[in-house]
Design a protein. Sequence first.
Length: 244
Amino acid sequence: MTDTPAAPDGYRTLAAMDADLIDCRACPRLVAWREQVARDKRAAFRDETYWGRPVPGLGPDNARLLVVGLAPAAHGGNRTGRMFTGDRSGDVLFAAMHAVGLTNQPTAVHRDDGLRLLGTRITAPVHCAPPDNKPTPTERNTCRHWLTTELHLLAPTVRTILTLGAFGWQSLLPALSTAGWQIPTPQPKFGHGVRYRLEPAAPHLNPVELFGCYHVSQQNTFTGRLTPAMLEDVLAQAKSAAGL
């Protein structure tokens, strides 16, 4: 993506953005929490060194499909330093992604386990683990510029965006608007399996297909609200719409 124009904040590559993102300390409550968790640790991981920093997106910088979650898990991404890696939500997500051909393997255990995403990138509207998995509106808004920049830098290739959960959906729409896509009024409503086509407001952008999917949280997967078959179905549709 060397020919991509610089984002409004000056970034020309996702690697450059991520290098600054992992040093962000903009939200005091999130900084305190992520670092406390990294010190105290969970008993099962007492011998591990926790990442304890903002977690960058995962996947190639020319992705055609972008998956948007919520925030890193305290003992998942906040421990391993990689999105959806080392927790139950990631176990479900990556198994389904592998089943439809979006990853090279069905598991994500640690940053050096060989996982590769195929034409797909995963990100989140909040990059630090929040207490109780609940970022505040202020924290969401403070973190939004990273997502807006990511969308800008992916614009030449991205064709489909799959959002996991209502929080990610509601966080994504204003970022998409700032990055140059038209958000209709009334705004598209989140739901599992919903699909909307968003037209560009700028001539250098392409239309994107926006999909909704229940989040892969244990609350949803343990209760059967989201089954592997349901997740694989939406992923397969998003993959097809992205031309992968």
